[in-house]
Design a binder for this molecule. Sequence first.
Ligand SMILES: [Zn+2]
Length: 156
Amino acid sequence: MNCSDVEKWLSAYMDGELIPARKDAVASHLGSCEACRSRLAEWKAVWQALDALPAAAPSPAFRSRLAARIRESERPPVSERFERFLIPVSAAAVALLGFWIGYIAGGRQASSAGIPDSVSPIASTAYLDSFNSVPTASLGDIYLSLNDAIGSEETP
Ligand SMILES: [Zn+2]
């Protein structure tokens, strides 16, 4: 350990914060280096002088400023306040979008059901055929159509 290493660890050495191996290395260097011993003595004198100073009491203005800063730090950040506002607004927007899509889709379905001009009758009633008890082009459908034909021949 050289002088610059000891200078780096001197404060921790004085405070007793070094691991034993490092503490022993610093002590060993101090035992052989007059410059570092002198520096250690200066630091100890400075710390003793600082310890002798009376403790400064904070002013009442400092206390009120500190309390204001603490209250400010306890307020949620702007992003969090924005999220609290954004979640209900976005939920309402999604609901409105759903209603709007439903309105548009419902209008198209109503208009296509009401105007069969350009659409073939089969295509316009395709949805309704799925609810019939007899599907189109089935044996039941053929039977019923033949029965209607026979019935219409017998009527006159
Ligand atoms: Zn030294």
